[in-house]
Design a protein around this ligand. Sequence first.
Ligand SMILES: NC(=O)c1ccc[n+]([C@@H]2O[C@H](COP(=O)([O-])OP(=O)(O)OC[C@H]3O[C@@H](n4cnc5c(N)ncnc54)[C@H](OP(=O)(O)O)[C@@H]3O)[C@@H](O)[C@H]2O)c1
Length: 223
Amino acid sequence: MTGGNRGIGLEVCRQLSRRKLRVILTARDEAHGREAQAKLKSEQLEVRFELLDVSSRESIARCAQRLTADRIEVDILINNAGIYGTTTLLDTSPKDTDAMLTTNLLGALWCCQTFMPGMNQRGYGRIVNVSSGLGSITPSPRGSGPYALSKAALNLMTQLLAKEARTDIKINSVNPGWVKTRMGGTGAPRSVEEGADTIVWAATLPADGPHGQFLEDRKIRSW
Ligand SMILES: NC(=O)c1ccc[n+]([C@@H]2O[C@H](COP(=O)([O-])OP(=O)(O)OC[C@H]3O[C@@H](n4cnc5c(N)ncnc54)[C@H](OP(=O)(O)O)[C@@H]3O)[C@@H](O)[C@H]2O)c1
């Protein structure tokens, strides 16, 4: 789980851990990650913490090396880490555009490039790319340009990678809906539990489940 220290990511870690899966909660900030790990421990849920900044290929590689050293194979990858912005494409600085595309798109791609080959070799894997309703190719409201671009590209990346999957691999993107988190704000209609639901479902799909799709409320949606 990337960006597992708060919001939807933390809730997905909680729900998967309750299902007795061995969860690796990753975060880009060690103190925040350890805090989230301790919070789950206080709920009798044991998760492993790993430092992982998705915007750094080196950070992803180091995390993968530590897992390999401990003989841990990643069967489920949830690319959840994300940042949001409301500016248009023309009004966003190059630096902020880079940050958005690196975190929301390239970070997810690099994690897939790191962990998906092992899934292909072992013949099993589930990958969930946490997307957004704004990642649609139908016109979205003005604003949030780089964010919408990053999520639409994430949806296409999901479709493309689905074609590179062998045997029992399921890779899908999920729209969690508008969720009450630091990103979604207090006015959002959905709780984190509701936002996490389809992500957890997609992470634990059976062999005949959807593949290469954009999912919302446990259903395939066009985008
Ligand atoms: N909330 C919504 O209404 C909504 C709607 C549609 C889609 N989504 C998507 O759902 C996902 C989770 O969103 P959320 O609402 O839970 O947001 P959030 O509360 O803002 O949490 C975002 C998480 O991503 C982490 N993150 C950001 N940049 C990172 C990086 N470079 N490396 C590792 N982690 C990083 C944050 O870590 P720090 O604590 O260190 O910042 C935090 O853990 C995102 O992909 C978002 O786009 C959310």
